[in-house]
Design a binder for this molecule. Structure first.
Ligand SMILES: [Zn+2]
Length: 342
């Protein structure tokens, strides 16, 4: 009877705990040795199925672990190759920076990330970095992770660092990958419906995609300055979207480029920060929000000093840069997009 019950349950649930072996882990889809990919044909399960299976399992006294279904490595890595777990990312950053003399006594951490609460979950990247570096981060970012605090905010942040200390800034636009594998979707706790992430980036794309859309050429609505800025800057970058396999992933990369370039421009235009610090480390990438565990796709990691000596830390920390030609839909544009320096 017990055997029959387990057999039925195994068939009904596809429960990983009841299988004779774990789901087949495949080799990485990317050159980074840190990646663990899943078979690209792994079917993504919709949310209703996950909830139903969990309820049936609970009724039968069995634990249903939905994480294999929710892991969503295939759709995540298809659009965001090289994405790592938050722990992997934080470990790599910490190992690299501690070797350069960064510690929580001389380093002040700042973020340029979207204010959306989904980016500040326990055990995910910002929380792990906060725990590592010991302070609530100085918040430089506004909607979509754009560093709207500007040069004035950057100067204030630098002024707070321990004498001759170091700045660690993380910038990251974000994007959801829903349980069904949809890029741009996120299941939020307590909500039945699925919402968008990043709402600002998705909203700007929707607005700019309307037949009669006209991108602002100046910021005229002072009650909505951040969204105006995003629409204004994003509009000319949508020219290549037709060639991309996924519109939201494409827009996320365009937002990444906008955020990165703004962050670098502000740093270069703020020589006063060198009166307060000896080195700046800048980590950039895309924060991927997922029910069941975020991912971070590192795309930029450099450090620079007052004398302009810039060191690229990416290879040491993360290995080879990902090839974005597939999600961006254009190899030349993808390669060009990755060229940036402090
Ligand atoms: Zn957002």
């Amino acid at each position: 009877m017990e055997r029959l019950r387990l057999l039925l349950l195994s068939m009904l649930l596809g429960c990983a705990a009841l299988r004779t072996g774990p789901a087949k882990p495949l080799r990485s889809m990317h050159a980074s040795p840190m990646l663990q990919g899943y078979e690209s044909g792994t079917p993504a399960m919709d949310r209703r199925s996950v909830i139903l299976r969990a309820a049936v399992a609970a009724a039968l006294g069995c634990t249903y672990n939905p994480l294999p279904a929710l892991a969503l490595e295939a759709p995540t890595l298809a659009s965001f190759p090289g994405a790592l777990t938050s722990v992997e990312t934080e470990d790599a950053v910490h190992n690299t920076l501690s070797a350069r003399g960064y510690n929580n006594g001389n380093t002040l951490f700042a973020t340029s990330t979207c204010p959306d609460e989904v980016n500040y979950k326990e055990k995910e990247l910002v929380a792990l970095l906060k725990s590592r570096w010991g302070e609530v981060p100085f918040a430089l970012g506004g909607l979509a992770g754009v560093p709207f605090a500007g040069k004035a905010g950057l100067g204030a942040y630098a002024h707070h660092v321990p004498d001759e200390g170091k700045l660690l800034i993380t910038f990251a636009p974000h994007v959801g990958v829903g349980i069904g594998g949809k890029v741009g979707a996120i299941e939020r706790d307590g909500q039945v419906s699925v919402s968008s992430a990043c709402g600002a980036a998705v909203g700007a794309l929707k607005t700019l995609s309307k037949a009669d859309a006209k991108a602002p050429d100046i910021i005229s609505d002072l009650e909505d300055m951040q969204f105006e800025w995003i629409k204004m800057k994003l509009a000319p970058k949508l020219a290549g979207i037709e060639g991309a396999p996924n519109d939201i992933a494409y827009v996320t990369y365009m937002m990444y480029e906008l955020v990165r370039d703004s962050m670098i421009a502000q740093l270069k235009a703020s020589p006063g920060i060198w009166q307060d610090c000896s080195e700046v480390a800048l980590l950039g990438g895309i924060q991927i929000n997922r029910y069941g565990g975020d991912r971070f796709q590192p795309l930029f990691f450099q450090a620079t000093t007052e004398t302009g000596k810039t060191t690229d830390l990416y290879k040491t920390a993360f290995g080879v840069l990902p090839d974005l030609s597939s999600p961006i839909g254009n190899a030349i544009a993808a390669e060009k997009m990755m060229i940036a320096s402090l």
